[in-house]
Design a protein around this ligand. Structure first.
Ligand code: IMP
Length: 427
C-alpha cells in the first residue's frame, strides 16, 4: 500500500500540477479531494500545454484512474468542456470517475459569488468568482445539490425548485437582480446529467479497492495551506480544506491509509486575491520575479503578488499537514539575483515571532525578519541532477531544509517533465 497526499504549502499556485503529473506517472490512481474549478493546473507534455481546472492532472496518462472525490464542488459545464477539450486533442488519457456525493455548482452559485464580492467593496475576498464559496455554503447548510441528486430527474427537480425559491428571494430582494428561471436551468442540467452519468460512482469504494490491492494512490490537493478554511488566513481563504487532512474527508479514506505528505512550495512566495502577505515585494524585485516566473493566474489571469520565501509559513504548513517532504518549485526563477532573502521570523511590535500567528490582525502587521544568502547567475533550466546545481543554489535549498526541518526531496527548475530533480522517489 502506498498513498501520498500532495498539498500546497503556501497560498496555492505552487506548481502542484507539474508535481501531480510527475507522481501520477508512478501512481495507479489520482484523486482530487476538494475545491473546484477555482484551481488551475498547467501541465506541459512535450510541446503541448494543457490547462486543467477540475480533472486531476493524472488524466494525461492513458492507464490511470482519475477520481473527483466527494469533497470537490463540480461545475458540470466546466467539467464537460474539459472532457471534450481533452478528447479533441488526444486519444490517450486516463479513466475519469466522479463521486456521487460531490456537490454541484449551480448558476446561482456563480452569480451570488460575484454579487457578494461586489457588495463587500474594499472588504472583498478576491474570489475566483466561480461559485465555489456559495456551493460550499449550501453544502454546510444541507440544502446543496449532490451529483447523485442531479442523476435523478425527480429529486433534482424538487431540489432545484426549493433552492430557486430561496435564491430568487435573495437575488431580487437583497441584490436587486432579476430572478433565475427554473425551466432553463432544469433542462440544461438534465443534459449535463446524461453526459456525466457514465463517470459517476461510489468513488470511496473504488479507492478502498485500490488500497486493498496495494496499488499506488496520489491524493492531489488544490489551493494551499494558507487558503484552508480552518487553518488559513481567514477570511481570505477558500471554502474547502486543501490541507492533507482534507484528503480523508474529501475522498472517504482513513488517515491510516496515508504514508507520506508532499508539501509543494515555490522557491519564493506568491498570492492572488486579497489578504496579508508579510514578504510581499512591491518593488522592482517583485516585478522581476513576476516576469521571470510568469506569475499570472491560470484561472483568472490576474497578476500574482510576489515575495521572498517565508519559512514561518512553510513550518506552519509542515505542522498542519504533517508534511514529510517538500518539493521546492521554480528554483530557476531566482537565477540572476546577487543575493536572495529568506524570511526566518517576524517582528511584531518589537517582539520576535517564530510561529504563524493565530490573529490575522497581528499577521497583517508582521514585518519579516530576513536572512540574506548568496544568489547564483547560472541558468538552471538545463540541469537534470540535483548534484549539478550551482553550490549557491544547493546552499539555498539546504538552508530552507534547516529552517523548516523538512527535507526538500524534489526540486523543479522548469515546467517540463524532465525539469524535475528528484533526490528520493515518493512511491
Ligand atoms: P474562491 O476559492 O474562488 O472562493 O477564492 C477564495 C480565495 O482563494 C481567493 O483569494 C482566491 O484568489 C484564492 N484561490 C482560490 N483558488 C486558488 C488557486 O487555485 N490558486 C491560488 N489562489 C486561489
Amino acid at each position: 500500500m502506498a498513498a501520498v497526499v500532495l498539498v500546497g504549502a503556501q497560498w496555492g499556485d505552487e506548481g502542484k500540477g507539474k508535481l501531480t503529473d510527475y507522481l501520477a506517472e508512478k501512481a495507479d490512481m489520482v484523486v482530487r479531494y476538494q475545491g473546484g474549478n477555482n484551481a488551475g493546473h498547467t501541465v506541459v507534455v512535450g510541446t503541448e500545454e494543457y490547462k486543467l481546472h477540475l480533472i486531476p492532472s493524472g488524466i494525461l496518462y492513458e492507464n490511470k484512474v482519475c477520481v473527483i472525490g466527494n469533497g470537490v464542488v463540480i461545475d458540470p459545464e466546466i467539467l464537460l468542456q474539459e472532457i471534450r477539450a481533452l478528447a479533441k486533442r488526444t486519444s490517450k488519457y486516463g479513466k475519469l470517475l466522479m463521486s456521487t456525493n460531490a456537490h454541484v455548482i449551480m448558476p446561482y452559485h456563480r452569480l451570488l459569488d460575484q454579487l457578494q464580492e461586489k457588495s463587500l467593496g474594499s472588504r472583498k475576498i478576491g474570489t475566483t468568482g466561480r461559485g465555489i464559496g456559495p456551493a460550499y455554503m449550501d453544502k454546510t447548510a444541507r440544502t446543496g445539490i449532490r451529483v447523485i441528486d442531479l442523476m435523478d430527474a425527480e429529486v433534482f427537480a424538487q431540489k432545484l425548485k426549493d433552492n430557486l425559491e430561496e435564491k430568487n428571494k435573495v437575488l431580487t430582494k437583497i441584490y436587486d437582480e432579476p430572478p433565475l428561471e427554473y425551466e432553463r436551468i432544469y433542462r440544461q442540467y438534465q443534459e449535463y446529467a446524461e453526459e456525466l452519468r457514465p463517470y459517476v460512482t461510489d468513488t470511496s469504494l473504488k479507492i478502498s479497492e485500490y488500497i486493498r490491492g496495494e496499488q499506488k494512490i496520489l491524493f492531489e490537493g488544490a489551493q494551499g495551506t494558507l487558503l484552508d478554511l480552518d487553518h488559513g488566513t481567514y477570511p481570505y481563504v477558500t471554502s474547502s480544506h486543501p490541507i492533507a487532512g482534507g484528503a480523508c474527508v474529501g475522498a472517504g479514506v482513513g488517515p491510516t491509509s496515508i504514508q507520506r505528505v508532499l508539501g509543494v512550495a515555490k522557491a519564493y512566495t506568491t498570492r492572488v486575491g486579497e489578504g496579508p502577505f508579510p514578504t510581499e515585494l512591491m518593488d522592482d524585485v517583485g516585478e522581476r520575479i513576476r516576469q521571470n516566473g510568469r506569475e499570472f493566474g491560470t484561472t483568472t489571469g490576474r497578476p500574482r503578488r510576489c515575495g521572498w520565501f517565508d519559512t514561518v509559513i512553510a513550518r506552519y504548513s509542515a505542522r498542519i499537514s504533517g508534511i514529510s517532504d517538500f518539493a521546492i518549485t521554480k528554483l530557476d526563477v531566482l537565477s540572476g539575483f546577487e543575493s536572495l532573502k529568506i524570511c526566518t521570523a517576524y517582528h511584531y511590535q518589537g517582539e520576535r515571532i517564530v510561529e504563524f500567528p493565530q490573529s490575522q490582525k497581528i499577521f497583517s502587521n508582521c514585518e519579516p525578519i530576513y536572512e540574506e544568502i548568496a544568489g547564483w547567475q547560472e541558468d538552471l533550466t538545463g540541469i537534470r541532477h540535483f548534484k549539478d546545481l550551482p553550490a549557491t543554489a544547493k546552499n539555498y535549498i539546504q538552508r530552507l531544509e534547516e529552517l523548516t526541518g523538512v527535507p526538500a526531496t524534489i526540486v523543479t527548475i522548469g515546467p517540463e517533465r524532465e525539469q524535475t530533480l528528484v533526490r528520493q522517489e515518493m512511491f
